[in-house]
Write a protein that binds this ligand. Structure first.
Ligand code: GP0
Length: 829
């Protein structure tokens, strides 16, 4: 039945809807029905996991209902849509988030409790969806939540990996990687769309054929794989709008080598066919390194091609030519991984839709916006021409054509500055001739966004200086943000209630600026008491987790000092550990009496190292070696503990962040494009010990430098300091702690040698030695503040109050208005 527009249809839809009831009794019946008919267990006997499955299916039914309503309404209104293309999403768990956004958490909790189950326990049964590496991937997830909540007509597109980010297992202090076959226990949050499939082609040749009296290039592909859609509903909070994250899985296609079935080798032909599925089988675990692997390139093109076919199919439902395409479609490139879509759109428009090049190019230049997440030229993605040419021969030609025209125009503007021309070229000549995906993206996108103000400065003055000078109007920034729904409401329910109580409203969950209202109460003794209680309860929950996991008993009155993020040299976990060694050394060398003055600390570190990143893995080993020394030293007792939390992921973060007193964000200035973990800690009232890098600079402006512990070389000092090399002065304490590691004080002398070498003077690229002294000063300031409980509590309240600007709601509004040109479209029924 086709739906018209107008009042009648809206009325009709209003009547049709809401046949799923949300009172506890209906929910209970629903859960039991799912126990019996979906999970296929007796309604008289099921365990926590089965309860989770049934519950999830009941929620899923409601999500599907809302998804349909949203899509029907959008189809009627046909607004401009934003299509968010990202190769990675770190969604974590979905249950709690969904029931909260749907506004049915308490009803479900009640229904469960009548059945003898506890909501929290049931929710713990869910595993994480870890289809991403780190900051970039979690950012995508936060942004999807905001897009849904703010009623934007949005779709997310990505890949449905069968293996998510590896599980980290620690054996003898060393990281081991285990595959994360996360679909083993089923995934109630996805809807398999067996009818939404597209062929994706690879390899083959390009041939010239006669067309309209001229010649036209056609791609004759060699292999076809089928992309199948899996829809993951993303519910908004306080709205019926539920958008879709559509992830593609690879399946064998019937269009492939039919003839091989006639050769008699039936079994091998089937096995061969099955190999198509490897395209979407595994997530690459190295964030920010590109090694020119064919499978990776296949993944990129696979997801981009299927997504674009889907987008064009939807557009064509209501249009019969491409004139309005830029008014109806905005395509967002989350970093360069999806950038092949540029060549693909050109190919579709020119080769398949028969538009002339200039017309197609005009469209392409209007639809793409590009966000870059990196600060360093070395991390930019480069695809070897040989690889691209064999996998996607037609796309390589198109990219050459785009570049030819770009360089031609550029010459007219800047003349024959060959150095600059070659720097800006999309094609890099050299030992391995490659395509520079960032240059391709900048040439084609109407807007290039950085992820913080500092990042934008770096784009303009360093990595993309040449492009900035050519097209200053293209360069902008949208400071990253995180969603307060997941990072306060879901993960810190006690703080959530407290905030609502003091603000007298829950409206801040949608209108985050209201959080600033807490400032008014920042001197209220009653709020202090309640705030401290909430924080203490969270610390106790974290302490229990630490003990269950590592057997280490920690003192909840100690300062919980946390650094959780991917392990990277530039993030300087090594600096943190050396600081801990210094603290330990000081305690050991104190008179017994003086030890009473030490502020007790529990240092918590967590994070994964890329499997091939040797130095990062050694940092993990060092952390364990130091921990085993400190934690077993009776001289130290409760004054200092060091805990490594294994297998850091989204759900671990949800537990750790609310329990942290102090968190560390200590990258060398100029290396963290933004940083988003820091925003989650800020929202939860955790104090920050940080360098003036990425978004921290903006946080400082919002909060006041006096409410954080800042240290370290400034952005402009870093290059000057590096110049000094061997002549750079480093403090004596630094030499001493590095020597302790070198001399085998913590064992494994040989193993830690290269780690120590990496910070030796003249070699210390990340300025660990140089920043050590000011790091210790900042740590001492934190100790001092912690002793003054009132002061600490006030700073904590001000942190939450000052976090509004770092909500992804604000980020998404900025993108919508300034970059994508889209408007909210709220489903009225
Ligand atoms: C940046 F280049 N980020 C990359 C990458 O390959 N992976 C990745 O996670 C991160 C940045 O390091 C960040 O500064 C930023 O906030 C995030 O992307 C989102 O923009 C650290 O979280």
């Amino acid at each position: 039945v086709g739906l018209g527009s107008g009042a009648k249809t809206e009325r009709m839809l209003g009547l049709m809807d809401r046949f799923l009831k949300n009172d506890p009794a209906s929910l209970q019946k629903d859960i039991l029905d799912h126990v019996e008919y979906t999970v296929a267990r007796s309604r008289f006997s099921f365990d926590d996991f089965e309860a989770y499955q049934a519950l999830a299916h009941s929620v899923r039914d409601r999500l599907i209902e809302r998804c349909h309503d949203t899509q029907i309404y959008l189809k009627m209104k046909d607004p401009k849509r934003i299509y968010f293309l990202s190769l990675e999403y770190l969604m974590g768990r979905s249950l709690s988030n969904s029931v909260i956004n749907l506004g049915v958490r308490d009803q479900y909790a009640e229904a469960l409790s009548q059945l003898g189950f506890e909501f929290e326990v049931v929710a713990e049964q869910e595993g994480d969806a870890a289809l991403g590496n780190g900051g970039l991937a979690r950012l995508s997830a936060c942004q999807m939540d905001s897009l849904a909540t703010l009623d934007y007509p949005a779709w997310g597109y990505g890949l449905r990996y069968q293996y998510g980010l590896f599980r980290q297992v620690i054996l003898d202090g060393y990281q081991h990687e285990q595959p994360d076959y996360w679909l083993n226990f089923g995934n109630p949050w996805e809807i398999e769309r067996i009818h939404v499939t597209y062929p994706v082609k690879f390899y083959g040749t390009v041939e010239e054929v006669d067309f309209n009296g001229g010649k036209q290039k056609v791609w004759v592909p060699g292999e076809t794989v089928e992309a199948v859609a899996y829809d993951n509903p993303i519910p908004g909070y306080g709205t019926r709008n539920t958008i879709t994250l559509r992830l593609w899985a690879a399946k064998p296609s019937d269009q492939n080598n039919m003839e091989s079935y006639n050769t008699g080798d039936y079994i091998n032909a089937v096995v061969d066919r099955q190999r198509a599925e490897t395209i979407s089988s595994v997530l690459y675990p190295d964030d920010r390194s590109y090694q020119g692997k064919e499978l990776r390139l296949k993944q990129q093109y696979f997801f981009v091609s299927a997504s674009l076919q889907d987008i064009i199919r939807r557009y064509k439902d209501t249009h019969n030519n491409f004139d309005d395409f830029p008014d109806k479609v905005a395509l967002q490139l989350n970093d360069t991984q999806p950038s092949l879509v540029i060549a693909e759109l050109m190919r579709v428009l020119v080769d398949e839709e028969n538009l002339v090049w200039s017309k197609a190019w005009d469209i392409v230049c209007k639809v793409f916006s590009f966000t870059t997440h990196t600060v360093s030229r070395d991390n930019l993605e480069k695809v070897p021409v040989d690889l691209l040419g064999s996998l996607l021969p037609r796309h390589l030609q198109i990219i050459y054509d785009i570049n030819f025209k770009f360089i031609d125009d550029l010459k007219k503007k800047i003349g024959t500055d060959y150095d600059r021309l070659s720097r800006m070229s999309v094609v890099e000549e050299g030992a391995v001739k490659s395509i520079r995906m960032a240059n391709l993206s900048i040439v084609c996108a109407h807007t290039v966004n950085g992820v913080s103000r500092v990042h934008w400065e770096l784009l303009k003055t360093r990595i993309f200086k040449d492009f900035y000078e050519l097209w200053p109007h293209k360069f902008h920034y949208k400071t990253n943000g995180v969603t307060q729904r997941r990072w306060i409401v879901v993960s810190n329910p006690n703080l959530c209630s407290l905030i609502s109580k003091w603000l007298g409203t829950e409206a801040w969950i949608r209108e985050v600026d209201l959080l600033a209202g807490l400032r008014e109460h920042a001197a209220d003794a009653e709020l202090y008491r309640e705030w401290k209680t909430v924080r203490m309860v969270n610390k106790m929950r974290l302490a229990e987790y630490i003990e269950a996991m590592s057997g280490i008993k920690v003192n909840v009155n100690a300062m919980f000092d946390v650094q959780i993020k991917r392990i990277h040299e530039y993030k300087r976990q090594f600096l943190n550990i050396l600081g801990i060694i210094h603290r330990y050394d000081c305690i050991k060398n104190m008179e017994k009496n003086d030890r009473r003055k030490v502020v007790p600390r529990v240092c918590i570190i967590g994070g994964k190292a890329a499997p091939g990143y040797e130095i990062a893995k050694k940092v993990i080993k060092l952390c364990h070696a130091v921990a085993s020394k400190i934690n077993n030293d009776p001289d130290v007792g409760d004054l200092l503990k060091l805990v490594f939390i294994p297998d850091y992921n989204v759900s671990v973060a949800e537990l750790v962040i609310p329990g942290a007193d102090l968190s560390q964000h200590i990258s060398t200035a100029g290396h963290e494009a933004s940083g988003t973990g820091i925003m989650k800690f800020l929202m939860n009232g955790c104090l920050l010990l940080a360098t003036a890098d990425g978004s921290t600079v903006e946080i400082m402006e919002e909060l006041g430098a006096e409410n954080m512990f800042l240290f370290g070389a400034k952005l402009h000092e870093v290059p000057v300091l590096r110049e000094k090399g061997q002549n750079l002065k480093v403090p004596l304490q630094f030499a001493r702690v590095v020597r302790m590691v070198r001399d085998g004080y913590f064992g494994f002398q040989e193993h830690f040698k290269s780690l120590c070498d990496s910070v030796e003077s003249g070699n210390d690229f990340y300025l660990v030695g140089y920043d050590f002294e000011s790091y210790l000063e900042a740590q001492a300031a934190a100790d001092k503040a912690f002793v003054d409980e009132e002061k600490w509590c006030r700073m904590s309240i001000l942190s939450t109050a000052g976090s509004a600007r770092f909500s992804s709601d604000r980020t998404m509004e900025e993108y919508a208005e300034k970059t994508w040109g889209i408007k909210p479209c709220r489903c009225p029924f």
